[in-house]
Design a protein around this ligand. Structure first.
Ligand code: ADP
Ligand code: MG
Length: 562
């Protein structure tokens, strides 16, 4: 058993060790504290948080961003943060829900422990309950037509209501839907085709969707060379070359550091240089390019030569942008420039230079392959545009989930209330010992409507009682409309969520809670105990507790049951 190993050597004098009840208390408390932190952000009534780190301020209402930026030391809280992270990466939404659910499942488990239930009974009960719940959730889902703009708009808006003022949220949801529909093909939404550029100037409503790939020439390292040369603002039907190289004289040749003593030598060096520059420009011109995006810098003589022959040179294009450009234009990125041929170029119906606020943009519009759009997000400050970006991302992930799965469920706590009702019926058929745990899982699910009500300033207990009654009578889809405070039919109120987001949130909450419930031993372990111990010197802090900033200073012992 793993625990025995830790016992034998991990403990040194004065170190903390928790077992059984204490271990659980410590873990549960840490996990619940994290849940408590994000709880108040759940749903439209949720409050914003101001995060301070290294002097940088972030104002956000997004549970995932909050957890992401928090300094978390305790291993149990870390485990919950990992659940949040997984949820965010896998579903793009539902993070707060998952974390709040874990917290509540642990709170319920605590009571079950007090009633004398064994950890295994609780985890088995939770597992049964989760299986039942996920099935019930699937059968509750309603199919949608992925081209139905109303549905998409409702989904996007539900994902972000309360994250911004209502008008701005509706506007951003609309923008996200437009972007999604512009690149959606046959039930497939590739988010990498949507580029978001933030421009901290102007008003939110100046934000726009651009057909094509927008490359920020001011913010990214990309820059348009030689403002002194008269370069075109717009090149129509452009042949585009992408050079993953720099158009400079290579000092590796040794020429750059050559001591030039005679006039003759200097003359010859100049000739050499001119030759290199001329060849570089020639390659690009010969490939038929009208616009060249270059990953490195472009020396001035090359710029002149290019501009002179009607080629628009753009230097220091980030590699990720070059990759996007390959998709947008069909060009391949080539290095060195000598290898460039006509076959490597791509096309764009237009390449335009645009000034937005204080930014210069290059907008590359597609030709036959219009498979890139860009969202230009504008707002008065950096904080605002960054939060707008998070909000847009929330919308886009939800839209992707809905477009790809075509299945939605009612929001506003309706799904959770219905699932709780179903579970309570189901629990009657469950083995006596586990019945309590299944019932507890049902109670835990209600944390969602309860929190939505509390965050909307309503009495959570009254709201839950009324919600339960309504679900007993008729309404599978009755939930709380937090903007009005009424219990109402969620689908007609347009408060809907993608099935997959909720599915994952519940599944990972169950896994996370069970993981922590199974732990009966928390040991501060020496770093040698960990598997990668051989990579480290014996530089542990006195007492054997390894410096906490480097991974896992704790060992989690799992009880194997009985
Ligand atoms: P998460 O990180 O879990 O996505 P959110 O803060 O985005 O957390 O809140 C999502 C919850 O808010 C969902 O349960 C959703 O149904 C609910 N919700 C969204 N809009 C409304 C609304 N108008 N009324 C009530 N609940 C809403
Ligand atoms: Mg959300």
């Amino acid at each position: 058993m793993a625990r025995a190993t830790h016992e034998s050597s991990a403990i040194s004098g004065g170190e903390e060790r928790y077992r059984d009840r204490d271990a659980r208390t410590v873990n549960f408390e840490a996990a619940q504290a994290l849940a408590e932190t994000v709880r108040t952000t759940l749903g439209p009534g949720g409050m914003d948080k101001l995060l301070v780190s290294d002097g940088r301020l972030t104002v956000t209402n997004d549970g995932a961003s909050i957890i992401d930026r928090m300094e978390i030391d305790h291993p149990a809280a870390k485990a919950v943060a990992e659940i949040a992270d997984t949820q965010e990466n896998a579903a793009g939404d539902g993070t707060t829900t998952a974390v709040v659910l874990v917290g509540e499942l642990l709170a319920q488990a605590e009571e079950l422990f007090e009633q004398g239930l064994h950890a295994t009974t609780i985890t088995n009960g939770y597992r049964l309950a989760a299986e039942r719940t996920l099935k019930a959730l699937e059968s509750m889902a309603v199919d949608i037509d992925p081209d139905n703009e109303t549905h998409l708009h409702e989904l996007a808006e539900t994902a972000i209501t309360g994250k911004w003022n209502a008008n701005a949220a509706a506007f951003l949801a609309e923008l996200a839907v437009e972007a999604a529909l512009a690149v959606e093909t046959g039930g497939d939404l590739e988010l990498r085709r949507i580029t978001r550029q933030t421009v901290p100037s102007g008003g939110t409503r100046d934000s726009e969707l651009i057909d094509g790939l927008a490359i920020d020439l001011g913010n990214s390292s990309t820059s348009l060379v030689s403002p002194d040369i008269d370069l075109p603002r717009r090149v129509a039907d452009a042949t585009v070359a992408l050079v993953d190289d720099h158009l400079t004289i290579d000092t590796v040749d040794g020429m750059g550091s050559l001591e030039l003593e005679s006039r003759e030598q200097l003359e010859r060096f100049r000739e050499y240089e001119d030759g290199v520059y001329a060849r570089q420009a020639e390659r690009i011109v010969d490939a038929g390019a009208d616009v060249v995006f270059c990953q490195g810098s472009i020396d001035e003589p090359v710029r002149y030569l290019l501009a002179d022959q009607g080629v628009l040179p753009i230097e220091r294009t980030r590699r990720d942008e070059l990759i996007k450009l390959t998709r947008a234009t069909g060009a391949s990125h080539v290095a060195p420039v000598d290898a460039l041929t006509i076959g490597d170029t791509g096309t764009a119906s237009a390449v335009e230079r645009r000034t937005v606020g204080d930014r210069e943009l290059a907008v590359v519009r597609g030709s036959e392959r219009t498979d890139q759009v860009s969202l230009l997000l504008r707002g008065s400050t950096e904080h605002i545009v960054e939060e707008m970006k998070r909000i847009i991302d929330d919308c886009l992930y939800v839209l992707q989930a809905a477009i790809e799965d075509r299945a939605i469920i009612p929001g506003g706590g309706a799904a959770e209330a219905e699932l709780a009702r179903d579970l309570r019926t189901y629990s009657e058929a469950v083995d006596e010992r586990e019945q309590l745990a299944v019932g507890a899982f049902a109670d835990a699910l209600e944390v969602v409507p309860r929190t939505l009500a509390a965050n909307a300033g309503l009495d959570p207990i009254d709201a839950i009682i009324e919600l339960r009654n309504r679900h007993h009578e008729d309404g599978v889809t009755i939930g709380l409309d937090a903007t009005t405070g009424d219990l109402t039919e969620m689908t007609s109120a347009g408060i809907v969520e993608p099935l997959s987001v909720k599915w994952r949130a519940i599944a990972s909450a169950e896994e996370g809670a069970n993981l922590l419930i199974r732990i009966d031993d928390v040991v501060a372990a020496r770093h040698e105990e960990s598997e990668d111990a051989h990579e480290h010197d014996h530089d542990d802090a006195p007492g054997g507790l390894h410096a906490a900033d480097e991974g896992y200073p704790w060992a989690l012992g799992h009880s194997m049951g009985h």
